[in-house]
Design a protein around this ligand. Structure first.
Ligand SMILES: [Cu+2]
Length: 202
């Protein structure tokens, strides 16, 4: 029976080469207000491809910035009252940031992993979308996917430039997925996305 062969493929992850979303629609934008020595909201969750705009509305005017804990990923100029800064979150992960002047100012943007079970073909699989597009070869960043097979505690790892990865659903049961971004040159990583739990019942 064909199915008996499938566990051999359990650790295999395929890449599809699929790119980002088609079309030229403007990306969604979400605002964060900087006032009273804090970011408001302190944490937010946005879909891959969302632009976040930080607006300094401090009064009296006080300069702030936005600097990611992952060095070099997000670094705004100093923003005085009335100025704003935009950054597009194109990768799944949890990105914490601070104000480099006031270390009490901390915020985070969570970009959830998109995960979906596809059962239309002969071999069911999970499709994981870790970002809005393939990373160029020159990029210092890599998408990192973690997944747990049913009944296993070990997280398997795959780092890739490809934003769409596939994990074959070889075993019935509960699968867990999470993702983050790593800087392979600097050796730093974002925090993980929340865990996505999906069931495969053949
Ligand atoms: Cu500040």
């Amino acid at each position: 029976m064909r199915r008996t062969l499938l566990p051999l493929l359990a650790a295999l992850v395929l890449t599809t080469g699929a790119g980002g979303p088609a079309g030229a629609a403007a990306p969604p934008m979400v605002d964060v207000t900087i006032r009273s020595m804090r970011y408001d909201p302190v944490t937010l969750s946005v879909a891959e491809g969302t632009r976040v705009r930080w607006n300094n509305v401090t009064s009296p005017s006080r300069a702030h910035d936005v600097v990611s804990s992952m060095p070099g990923y997000i670094r705004s100029p100093l923003l005085v009252d009335g100025q704003s800064f935009r950054f597009t979150f194109s990768a799944a992960g949890t990105f914490t940031y601070i104000c480099s002047i006031h270390d009490v100012m901390i915020g985070a943007v969570e970009v959830p992993l998109q995960a979906k079970l596809v059962t239309t073909g002969r071999t069911p699989y999970f499709r994981l979308t870790l970002g809005t597009g393939m990373l160029p070869t020159t990029s210092p960043y890599r998408y990192v996917l973690n997944w747990q097979m049913p009944g296993e505690s070990r997280w398997q790892v795959r780092a890739s430039r490809d934003n769409t990865l596939i994990v074959l659903a070889t075993t019935p049961g509960t699968y867990h997925f999470r993702a983050r971004l790593k800087d392979k040159v600097g050796g730093t990583k974002s925090a993980n996305t929340p865990v996505v739990t999906l069931e495969f019942v053949p």
